[in-house]
Design a protein around this ligand. Structure first.
Ligand SMILES: *[C@@H]1O[C@H](CO)[C@@H](O)[C@H](O)[C@H]1NC(C)=O
Ligand SMILES: *[C@@H]1O[C@H](CO)[C@@H](O)[C@H](O)[C@H]1NC(C)=O
Ligand SMILES: *[C@@H]1O[C@H](CO)[C@@H](O)[C@H](O)[C@H]1NC(C)=O
Length: 384
């Protein structure tokens, strides 16, 4: 909080200084203009235009001061709004902390850093980390509230109709399931997801399913995996127009196209839960949705038994998609190997340089034999 206060106060100070500088400049201009016009009044007091000019100048300066005053008022308003919005968000986050903490504690042995659960990243973003659960490496949560402290972002949220939400990303064990890609996203996002997410665009296709709410678009890679996955109860949840589940991805590949062959292929379950008002009913429904997400972790690991040909198909698709990366990896390995051989040879030659003539003769003899042997083995290989 102290940190925030410092930022807010320095912002205010900055704006006030800016306003003051502008006001001073304005004053200088007016004074500078007034002097000659005053002189003109003295020299030519019969001229009515002179008085008018001066009146106009003072009017002008007043309207300019209004501008500065407005700026100061705006700055003050923003600071007040910042504090009010931050406090509102802190209250809302506190309301969500208990159910999130309970759901995580029910499934993970380590939640948060031991003392606190939600870690504040910005006035509108809180993070949570959990680990210690079967089939999982760890889980991360991101509570995304409306940017109440920022009027422009708030307006943006209002126009884009973004909800407050909780994102849960579970990084599962590598051997937890045979990697496949599945996604259920709101229809309006389907085009963007199908284009921008590397895993979805590379491996999955839009499919239709009559039992699922028209809210959702489904991307499926393996019909076998998708059918079993939906059997977990996910189908009912996606078929419910009012469910809080907003998006869900199950994937074994990165969401962005890897730039090098050394990329991680973490198996992940990513769910986005829409947050209603933090009243009793809303809290209960969020808790239920979170519980379902964690239940799905077990279901994916234990409940999905794919046919061998489906598993082979998944492996083949990955081999095909990652061909270029595999080639790069192989090339890098060869280069590293060649470098080791070259280094060893250089070290040996350095040793030879330090040898006595007698030793060197012996070495040269050995070297000659070695070359001969190599030639011979090459020849026999060719004969074969
Ligand atoms: C100011 O200008 C107006 C015309 O724009 C004129 O009618 C008036 O007499 C002038 N006043 C003075 C004090 O010169
Ligand atoms: C996760 O939590 C739910 C209840 O919240 C519980 O029924 C379930 O057994 C838990 N799973 C694990 C693996 O702890
Ligand atoms: C869900 O909403 C769509 C239109 O938005 C409607 O056609 C459909 O009947 C609804 N389904 C249920 C189960 O309410």
């Amino acid at each position: 909080m102290q940190h925030v206060t410092r930022i807010a106060l320095s912002t205010l100070a900055c704006l006030v200084r800016l306003a003051a500088t502008a006001a001073a400049e304005e004053l200088e201009n007016v004074v500078g203009e007034e002097l000659p016009s005053g002189a003109r009044v003295a020299a030519d007091s019969g001229n009515p235009a002179a008085g008018n000019a001066s009146a106009a100048a003072s009017e002008l300066s007043l309207s300019n001061y209004k501008m500065e005053l407005l700026l100061v008022a705006l700055a003050a308003g923003m600071v007040v709004n910042y504090f009010r919005g931050s406090r509102q968000n802190a209250d809302i986050a506190r309301a969500w902390e208990a159910p999130i903490s309970q759901a995580l504690h029910a499934n993970f042995s380590l939640v948060g850093d031991g003392s606190q659960v939600l870690e504040r990243d910005s006035p509108a973003d809180m993070l949570v980390y959990a680990s210690g659960r079967r089939h999982c490496k760890f889980a991360q949560g991101h509570l995304m509230l409306r940017a109440r402290q920022d009027p422009i972002a708030s307006l943006n949220d209002l126009i884009a109709k973004t909800h407050e939400k909780l994102e849960i990303e579970v990084t599962m064990d590598d051997e937890a399931f045979s990697g496949f890609v599945f996604a259920a996203v709101p229809h309006r996002r389907a085009k963007a997801v199908g284009r921008d997410r590397y895993d979805v665009s590379t491996f999955a296709k839009l499919t239709s399913n009559g039992k699922i709410s028209s809210r959702f678009a489904i991307f499926s890679e393996s019909a076998d995996a998708t059918a079993q996955l939906l059997g977990s109860g996910l189908e009912q949840l996606l078929g419910d127009n009012d469910s809080l589940l907003e998006e869900i991805y199950i994937t074994d590949c990165p969401s962005e196209k890897p730039e090098t062959h050394e990329f991680k292929r973490d198996k992940k379950l990513l769910a986005t839960i829409r947050l209603p008002a933090p009243a009793d009913d809303g809290i209960k429904r969020v808790r239920e949705t979170m519980d379902f997400v964690f239940y799905l972790v077990d279901y994916i690991a234990e409940g999905i038994a794919m046919r061998p040909e489906s598993v082979r198909k998944l492996a083949k698709a990955r081999e095909e998609a990652f061909k270029e990366y595999a080639r790069q990896a192989e090339q890098e390995k060869q280069e590293a190997l060649a470098k080791i051989v070259a280094d060893r040879r250089r070290a040996e030659l350095e040793e030879v340089d330090k040898m006595s003539p007698d030793q060197r003769r012996k070495w040269e003899e050995k070297e000659r034999k070695r070359k001969l042997k190599k030639e011979q083995s090459k020849r026999t290989r060719r004969v074969k």
